[in-house]
Design a binder for this molecule. Structure first.
Ligand code: ADP
Ligand code: MG
Length: 501
C-alpha cells in the first residue's frame, strides 16, 4: 500500500490565480494536459539545472532520489522517500528548487511534495527509512516498527532506523576556537561510544552553529565503522510525539524497549522537553537504563543544562554527569574556512574579495553564511548574473534582512508599538477610534506588512478581525505620514530599528 502525504513547497500567494502559460506554452500543451510523462520531461530539465548547482555527492544523495509524479499544467508533483528527506530538502534546497522550478515551469508554477510510505511486505527494507511525521503522526508507524515488527529483539542484521544524514561528517566540519572542545569530545565519543567520561555528551549553543552537524557526524562515524551499530538520532519533539503516540496506541512497552536497546542515543534540541513533565519522566528512565548499561547518550541544547526552563532538576543533574561543551559563533578566520569548505562542496570557485566580504558581514550563524553562498550561486547560475562584489553585497543584505523579518511576529510588533505609544496592547484590537490608538494600530499594520510575510488578510485578523481593505488603508495612511510628517517618520525609523535588533 502506498500512502502519500502532500506538502506544499511554495504555494502561490493567491490560490485562485490562474497558472502562467510559460511552462505550458513551452511544452506546447493545454493547461490541464500532461501527466506522468510530462512530469518526467519537466523534472529532467529541472535536474539539469540543479546538477550544475550542487556537488555530485549532493546531487546523488538528494536529487536523484526524487521521483516526478504528475504535471497538471500548473503544479508539478514529486515523490520523496521520507519525511526526513522532505525536511532536509526544504531546509537546504528550497530556494534552489524554487528558482529552478520557476525557471523551467514558469513564474507561478507550484511544486508539490508527496512523502511516500511503502507498506508492502516485499519492501521491508524501505521501511527502515520512514520517519514518524509530525503532521500525520497518528497514521504513521512508530520508528521501532521497523525493528519490532520483524522480531522481538533486533538482530544484528536488522535494519536499524538510524536517521543519520551522510552529509554531516567530521571531515567537512571546520574546527575553530569556537567549537574546539565540542569537536574533540564528539570525536572521542565517536571513537569509543559509552567508554569515555563524556557520558552524556551535551553540546550547547545558539542556533545555526553546527550542533546538529556534530552529533550527526558522531553517528555517521560510528556507523561507518560498524554498519550494524544501533545508533539512533532523534530530537526531543519527535521523542515526545512518539511517546504520546505510543500511549494512544497502547504500545508503551514497545516504545520503552526500543529506546533501551540502542547503543548510542542522540537527542537533538532537548530544550523542547521543557514543560513536558511526563515525557521528561519517560526520558529520565530511558536515560538511566542506557547510562547504567554503559550506552552512550549525546544531547544538544540551545542553552546550558542548568539554564533549561521547566526541566526537572533530577534530569538536569543527570545531564551534568558527563561533559557539557559549548559552541560559540565562529571568528573571522573560521568563517572564511567554512566558506571555502562550502564553496568546495558545491564545486565552485569564489574570488577572495567576495568570500571576505561575506565572512566579514555575516557573523551570527553558519547557517546564514551557507544561505548567502547558496543564494549567491543561485543568482549566478539561474539568473545569469555575473559573480561580482556588488552582487554579493546585494545577497548579504537580502539574506540578513529576510532573516530578521522571518523571526519577527505580529505580537513582537504589537508589543513594541504599544510600549512606544504608551497604549495598552488590547486596545489595538478593540473597536475604539481614539486618535492615539488608531495611529498605533495603523503603525502596527504598516510594520507587519513591511517586516513580515503576512498577507493583508491575516494582518487584519490579528486586529479584531478587520477587513483587508482596512489594513491596506492603514498602510497607505502611514506612508502618507512618512512623506509629510517628520515626527511619524521618526517613529517609523525608531520602531523598525528596535524591531530589527
Ligand atoms: P545547529 O544544530 O547548531 O542549529 P547545524 O548543525 O544545523 O546548526 O548547522 C547549520 C549549518 O551550518 C549546517 O549546514 C552545517 O553543516 C553548517 N556548519 C555549522 N558549523 C560548521 C562548521 N564548523 N563547519 C562546516 N559547516 C558547519
Ligand atoms: Mg540543530
Amino acid at each position: 500500500m502506498k500512502k502519500t502525504e502532500t506538502l506544499n513547497l511554495f504555494p502561490s500567494s493567491t490560490p485562485s490565480e490562474t497558472p502562467t502559460g510559460a511552462a505550458t506554452k513551452r511544452m506546447g500543451r493545454s493547461e490541464n494536459g500532461g501527466g506522468s510523462s510530462d512530469a518526467e520531461t519537466l523534472w529532467a530539465r529541472c535536474l539539469e539545472i540543479i546538477r550544475d548547482n550542487v556537488s555530485e555527492q549532493v546531487f546523488k544523495t538528494w536529487f536523484e532520489q526524487i521521483r516526478p509524479q504528475s504535471w497538471d499544467g500548473s503544479q508539478l508533483t514529486v515523490d520523496l522517500p521520507s519525511q526526513f528527506f522532505y525536511e532536509w530538502i526544504e531546509e537546504h534546497y528550497a530556494s534552489l528548487l524554487k528558482k529552478t522550478v520557476q525557471k523551467v515551469l514558469g513564474a507561478k508554477a507550484r511544486l508539490q511534495y508527496q512523502v511516500v510510505v511503502d507498506d508492502s511486505e516485499t519492501e521491508r527494507e524501505q521501511r527502515t527509512i520512514k520517519l514518524p511525521a509530525f503532521r500525520k503522526q497518528m497514521q504513521q508507524p512508530l520508528p521501532f516498527d521497523a525493528v519490532a515488527s520483524n522480531q522481538p529483539e533486533p538482530s544484528p542484521t536488522a535494519h536499524y532506523p538510524t536517521y543519520f544524514n551522510p552529509r554531516y561528517t567530521f571531515e567537512n566540519f571546520i574546527r575553530g576556537e569556537n567549537n574546539q572542545l565540542a569537536t574533540s569530545a564528539a570525536m572521542a565519543v565517536a571513537d569509543n561510544p559509552g567508554k569515555t567520561r563524556y557520558n552524556p555528551l551535551v553540546i550547547y549553543g545558539p542556533t545555526g552553529l553546527g550542533k546538529t552537524h556534530l552529533v550527526q557526524a558522531i553517528g555517521n562515524r560510528i556507523l561507518q565503522r560498524n554498519r550494524n551499530a544501533r545508533v539512533l538520532y532523534t530530537n526531543s519533539e519527535k521523542f515526545t510525539m512518539e511517546y504520546i503516540n505510543a500511549i494512544q496506541t497502547n504500545r508503551l512497552p514497545e516504545f520503552t524497549n526500543f529506546y533501551r536497546t540502542v547503543d548510542v542515543l542522540v537527542v537533538d534540541d532537548i530544550q523542547f522537553l521543557g514543560g513536558k513533565e511526563r515525557t521528561q519522566d519517560m526520558f529520565f528512565h530511558t536515560f538511566n537504563a542506557l547510562h547504567q548499561a554503559g550506552k552512550q547518550v549525546v544531547l544538544t541544547s540551545d542553552k546550558q543544562p542548568k539554564d533549561l526552563a521547566d526541566v526537572d532538576e533530577r534530569l538536569i543533574s543527570r545531564f551534568q554527569w558527563g561533559l557539557t561543551a559549548d559552541i560559540q559563533p565562529p571568528d573571522f578566520e573560521t568563517r572564511m574556512a567554512i566558506l571555502q569548505q562550502k564553496a568546495m562542496e558545491e564545486g565552485v570557485d569564489i574570488p577572495g574579495d567576495i568570500m571576505e566580504y561575506i565572512a566579514r558581514h555575516v557573523t551570527s550563524s553558519v547557517r546564514e553564511i551557507e544561505g548567502c553562498l547558496i543564494s549567491l550561486l543561485a543568482k549566478v547560475t539561474l539568473d545569469n548574473r555575473e559573480l561580482t562584489l556588488d552582487l554579493a553585497k546585494d545577497v548579504v543584505r537580502t539574506v540578513s534582512n529576510s532573516n530578521a523579518s522571518r523571526l519577527l511576529t505580529i505580537d513582537d510588533i504589537k508589543q513594541e508599538v504599544s510600549t512606544y505609544y504608551e497604549q495598552p496592547v488590547e486596545l489595538l484590537s478593540a473597536k475604539t477610534r481614539k486618535h492615539e490608538v488608531v495611529l498605533a494600530r495603523q503603525m502596527c499594520m504598516y510594520l507587519a506588512k513591511q517586516m513580515t510575510q503576512m498577507s493583508l488578510k491575516s494582518i487584519g485578523l490579528h486586529f479584531g478581525g478587520r477587513d483587508h481593505t482596512t489594513v491596506l488603508h492603514s498602510c497607505q495612511q502611514i506612508m502618507n505620514y512618512i512623506d509629510t510628517d517628520a515626527k511619524i517618520r521618526g517613529d517609523v525609523e525608531y520602531l523598525k530599528k528596535a524591531l530589527r535588533s
